[in-house]
Design a protein around this ligand. Sequence first.
Ligand code: CO
Length: 207
Amino acid sequence: MTVLKILTYGNEVLRTPSKEVHKVSVKIQKIVDDLFDTMYSYDNGIGLAAPQIGYNYRIFVLDLAKDGEPPNPAVFINPKIIKKWGALSSFEGCLSFPDVYTYVRRYENIIVKAQNLKGRSFTLEAKNGSLLSRAIQHEYDHLEGILFVDHARSRFETDKLLAEKGLPQINSDYLMEEEELEKEILEKGSNSIQNEDNIPRDTPNCC
Ligand code: CO
């Protein structure tokens, strides 16, 4: 069992696009084991991507089981999001950004294709802005070198939080405008940043 140190925002590995996995070698198996061990060492850890522990391979793991439920580990190798639609505002954190939580734009629904540890392909649909849907998008981004703050709905609010935690500011080169998603979120109403401030912020998951 190896609990590794999670790389924090500012580390270049987090910005490096990851390589495909061609074979589940001993090394890849070890990375998967270390991802689970490291993720489970955090109370609020529900997912972790290989770059976060220093490996630029296209692998992430999830376990969305709640406290008291049996573990439900899932491995995604070479994932591809093949369809995405609908928009929502998602309150997120990331284990690479200690104690920073902010509202980001996400798709409501996705279909993802990936391989499991045996190399078998599977397809998964995650809908209605579920935790599963949002977690897969968050983890998939890590494999592309994209981080959750790149989707921030409020750049200045997020920069303020980053500064408070001594982390680098949002980099304009990576910031996504996502005008269509933002428009859809606003059209649906009840999701303005002001209204969101009334949402309790005490139980965010991290991945
Ligand atoms: Co993350």
